[in-house]
Design a protein around this ligand. Structure first.
Ligand code: PLP
Length: 414
């Protein structure tokens, strides 16, 4: 008898994850993960709140809680979101999740049946791709450029799918400070996306962990959720980057009908998200700790982003290209030679003391092999400069023939 279910095959550790494991416990400059800088964690304030919450509200904070989340926290969170211009309709509900990763997993299980078509961006968030893949969808990738998802190409894909008599289950997008591409969707694109979603009657999953970290003025960060008049956007958020990922707190906001189903799916996964961390987050929000953390982190990350951009200019081979991230925690770097495979290069980079994530991991269409995602939130400015220098010299060694500039369009595998 076969012991494990067929789907267990899909939990295979990726080659890249195995390689990155080699960096654990070693003095490596990691430009790989998406870890917040620990100096942004409000340790003293959280320690004080945690004491109070356990001592004074222990009968609730140490107890089981409703699957949807602690009512007081959901209310406080709704106020917080509204202050950040996220529209909450009277027909909406909020579900508290164990990080927004759980929301991605629940969405995969609740929405996708085998062979259903879903649309993601090229590139997109790796762990979302992994969560969706478990439900065996047909995944279509639509390239992004400096203004976010190419809505003209999206329309072409939608037409193709509908011409075959199929429907698209949902479009997954990270409109602001995209992970990994660093780009932000323009207002025109957002409107065009909502218009297309309406014409083709498609749900939009809007993943928004980074809109609090925009480093340039004049960037419009209005969520699709706020522009949506038809209740078709499901909005995902998280405290991971704006307070602490260790609390494991995320949320899904959307039409109560969908939220009810997600809540039932969550019940079988973990009954509810930690009551203790919800009470801690509730107090942190009430006391303005989250807002202060955002302010501090934004300043720290802007400095680090600029160090990374300067180092790239100093060290990368000619004709290397990277979209300047207006926000978020990453720079996606495209090397100028199509012969360079950044998965192979990673082994050498690790041997030289630097880790990154090869770009191909973020492309559902097998593209992006000459790209890499570099994180700037975690390493110190000195380490960022040192790491980029190492990667630059490694890349220069690999480029035997001087290459012609490659247009941004060709980088994204169109
Ligand atoms: C785009 C995106 N979505 C979701 C997540 C998941 O975050 P968490 O589960 O910590 O809330 C991340 C984390 O890096 C992310 O970048």
């Amino acid at each position: 008898m076969k012991l494990l279910a067929g789907r267990s095959e899909l939990f295979k550790a990726s080659e890249v994850r195995e390689l990155l494991k080699l960096t654990e416990g070693r003095k490596i400059i990691s430009l790989a993960g998406g870890l917040p800088d620990p100096q942004t964690f409000p340790k003293e304030e959280l320690a004080e709140i945690a004491q109070e919450v356990i001592r004074e509200r222990g009968e609730s904070s140490l107890q089981y809680a409703p699957t949807a989340g602690i009512t007081e926290f959901r209310k406080e969170l709704t106020n917080f979101l509204q202050r950040k211009d996220v529209k909450v309709d009277s027909s909406d509900s909020v579900l508290i999740t164990t990080g927004s990763q759980q929301a991605l997993d629940l969405i995969s299980r609740v929405f996708i049946e085998r062979e259903d078509v879903i649309i993601v961006e090229l590139p997109t968030y790796l762990a979302a791709l992994n969560a969706y893949t478990l439900s065996h969808p047909q995944i279509i990738g639509v390239p992004v450029d400096g203004d976010g998802m190419r809505v003209d190409l999206l329309e072409r894909e939608l037409k193709k799918v509908y011409a075959k008599g199929k429907k698209v289950k949902f479009i997954y997008t990270i409109p602001v400070a995209h992970n990994p591409a660093g780009v932000t969707m323009s207002v025109e694109r957002k409107k065009a996306l909502l218009q297309l979603a309406s014409e083709y009657d498609v749900v939009i999953i809007e993943d928004d962990p980074y809109s609090y970290f925009v480093y340039e003025s004049g960037v419009d960060v209005t969520p699709l959720k706020t522009l949506d008049k038809e209740g078709r956007v499901i909005y995902l958020g998280t405290l991971s980057k704006i307070l602490s990922p260790g609390l494991r707190l995320g949320w899904v906001l959307g039409n109560h009908y969908v939220i009810d189903v997600l809540e039932r799916a969550k019940q079988t996964a973990d009954l509810h998200t930690s009551s203790l961390t919800q009470y801690i987050a509730l107090e942190a929000m009430r006391r303005g700790v989250v807002e202060r953390t955002i302010e501090k982190a934004r300043q720290v990350y802007k400095v680090k982003r600029d160090v990374m951009l300067d180092s790239l200019l100093d060290h990368m081979p000619e004709n290397t290209w990277w979209p300047k991230p207006v926000g978020g925690l990453f720079v996606m770097v495209f090397l100028p030679s199509l012969e360079i495979d950044t998965r192979k290069m990673l082994t050498e980079a690790i041997a030289m003391g630097v880790a990154y994530v090869p770009g191909a991991s973020f492309f559902s269409n097998g593209g992006g092999w000459n790209s890499m995602r570099l994180n700037f939130s975690f390493p110190s400015p000195d380490k960022i400069a040192e790491g980029v220098k190492v990667l630059g010299s490694l890349a220069r060694d690999k480029i035997k023939t001087p290459s012609k500039p490659i247009t941004p369009e060709s980088f994204y595998g169109m």
